[in-house]
Design a protein. Sequence first.
Length: 256
Amino acid sequence: MENRINNLLNTKNNILSIYFTAGYPELNDTVDVINELVENGADLLEIGVPFSDPVADGPTIQQSNTKAIENGMTVKLLFDQLKDIRKSVSVPLIMMSSLNPIIQYGFENFCKKCKEIDVDGLIIPDLPVEEYISNYKSIVEANGLRNIILVTPASTDERIRLVDENTDGFIYMVSSSSTTGENKNFTSDFESFAGRLKAMNLKNALITGFGIKDKKSFEQVCQFSKGGIIGSAFVKAIGESSDVRENIRKFMSQFE
């Protein structure tokens, strides 16, 4: 079944995906951030569900998670904030969360709620693909969601093929073996990994994340994949002053 993620992948290259933490900088900023990002050219949004111990995230996103939790953000409140989101935006929306908050809410309930508010997909970085296939895949697919799975330069070809066989969205290509917000040897690591994936003739498109912070690095990854995901650099930018909408406009203007 087609969903917005597939439609976007089929119709656009150089897809600009932005990650932000729900409830940051302030508790009620979530919907304003989404609307402002879409108005300023974001093609795809990853809505971060705050968690006390996020996996693979660098200090910027960890700090935003801590602040959002201190602000009072919960999964239930996030769903309440998003209940009317489709009245204003039509871009694909993906919930990015550690497994723990989803399990606490109830995995099936979480997926049903995503379907109800018309979210398109999930990214659960700490859910191993084997566990996803055996325990959760049927629930995700029954609710029309795409589960986006990460692959890294350390992933074996066997694991990458397993991921490719068990998703119908895109594959989240981690640019290097580091945490978000760091990009040591970004281009050399990335290009060699991109070449390896290209040679595998995967059925799913690739979108690259980790280490992409500006127009230049975004354009670099778009030479080898369908698009790029910016997280830490955007999260840092929106906390720079109290005018969140202006911060977003300023950050997004580089991509015009």
